[in-house]
Design a protein around this ligand. Structure first.
Ligand code: TGC
Length: 387
């Protein structure tokens, strides 16, 4: 890993050489490619398409999948890569999540051999982009209420409906579309060039400005029978992909937190007010200490969940604990960092306000704070409070 913050709890010796290599690779990309341009890209609402192939060449796309063309790395390696990318910007960790943990993982888990052969190697190389169309305009928390419907017409399927907040859809080559059918929820691989498929980037975002989220319309989109993902039946299909993406967030949000903590620490030791560094004030030290405690706890929790995942023992409830905790604490750390930076903290001289804005999206997608809270409430009481 590398900085003073990384190693305070001796996490580095708990990692294998391979895990350190993946972290170093992602950190180098984040530092050398993303950081020099991210403030301007965020300002300009610019997604840098040329980075996709570079991420593919590094093996970071679908890196944890054990399929042809994919690196087959462990869960902790993948988590470390997410942390390093999100230390630069949540948008780039989101890209890797949507491509690898959602679109590619749906194909890997539920696709036919032909579907895997056609899509996974070029997606791993970054030559093709995928998106994951689950959420609908009426609300994201209750996918069981989806209105998008696919019906059979001869040998074809015809899909009608709309989706919202779909990352990458306007630049994607293929969409994993989840639709209700007479046989329950099913998944379809829809090439985005199919007539009736339209993706429009959502404007006016004050968060995740260097990444793309879209409205998608499916206007009687006709696909052949082999577009169906044969292995997915019911909502457990998309939810099991969301588990993968939520796991990446457990690590990723700690990357944003680390970046904010580093900025605050740098300022605390360099800025003098009332004739001494502001870091010599008890109130500032208390803030830094609290931020540090939550950061270290978050990384240790992520590592523990990663080790469980590698043993095949990670449960959705544990992922909810991790996603809820990481994003909640990363937001608190970003907010405290902003206060230590004073007025300069609201400018793009520092990454903190950008992380703060991005984390508002991260707390909302892949299950809101509230949904994960209620998942835990149900696990504790046996009583579901959703409906
Ligand atoms: P229920 O409807 O009763 O269950 C349906 C089936 O799903 C199973 N299940 C899970 N399976 C695996 N992992 C999980 N985490 C699962 N959660 C549920 C469940 O066992 C059942 O299986 P089966 O075989 O019995 O049919 O649903 P529930 O009561 O269990 O869950 C309710 C609730 C609220 C927890 C769930 O609906 C939920 O997680 N809602 C949040 C959905 C969400 O995260 N949406 C955001 C998606 S992000 C997005 O679409 C954009 S992609 C990112 C991008 O493009 O940028």
């Amino acid at each position: 890993m590398g900085t003073l913050l990384d190693d305070a709890f001796s996490i580095d010796p708990l990692l294998s050489d391979e895990e350190r290599d993946w972290a170093a690779k992602a950190r180098t990309f984040a530092t050398e490619r993303i950081l020099p341009v991210i403030e301007q890209d965020f300002e300009d609402k610019h997604f840098r398409r040329e980075f996709v192939g570079e991420l593919g060449a590094l093996g970071l796309l679908g890196m944890h999948l054990k399929d042809e063309g994919c690196a087959g790395a462990g869960a902790v390696s993948y988590g470390l890569a997410c942390l390093e990318l999100e230390a630069a910007d949540s948008g780039w960790r989101t890209f890797v999540s949507v491509q690898g943990s959602l679109a590619m993982s749906a194909i890997s888990k539920f696709g036919s051999d032909e579907q895997k052969r056609e899509w996974l190697p070029p997606m791993a190389r970054g030559e093709r982009i995928g998106c994951f169309a689950l959420t609908e305009p009426g609300g994201g928390s209750d996918p069981a209420a989806m209105l998008t419907f696919a019906h059979r017409d001869g040998d074809d399927w015809v899909i009608r409906g709309s989706k919202r907040w779909i990352g990458l859809a306007s630049i994607a080559d293929v969409a994993v579309v989840w639709a209700a059918t007479d046989d329950g929820v099913r998944g379809f691989l829809v090439p985005t060039s199919t007539p009736g498929f339209t993706a429009t980037p959502i404007e006016g975002k004050l968060s995740m400005r260097a990444s793309i989220q879209c409205d998608v319309v499916l206007d009687d989109v006709r696909v052949p029978s082999d577009a169906l993902l044969p292995g997915a039946r019911g909502l457990s299909g998309p939810f099991s992909c969301l588990n993968e993406a939520r796991y990446g967030i457990v690590w990723g949000a700690m990357g944003a937190a680390r970046s904010c903590l580093e900025a605050a620490l740098g300022r605390a030791t360099s800025r003098e007010v009332f004739g001494k560094p502001i870091g010599a004030n008890q109130l500032v030290q208390q803030k830094l200490a609290n931020m540090f405690v939550e950061y270290e706890k978050g990384v240790l929790l992520a590592l523990h969940l990663g080790r469980l995942k590698e043993r095949g023992a990670l449960t959705p409830t544990q992922i909810s604990v991790g996603k809820l905790n990481s994003v909640r604490e990363a937001l608190a750390i970003a907010s405290e960092a902003r206060s230590i930076l004073g007025g300069d903290g609201i400018t793009n001289e520092f990454p903190v306000m950008r992380h703060l804005a991005n984390l508002e999206s991260v707390r909302t997608y892949e299950g809101t704070d509230e949904i994960h809270t209620l998942v835990l409430g149900r696990a504790l009481t046996g009583l579901a409070a959703f409906a």
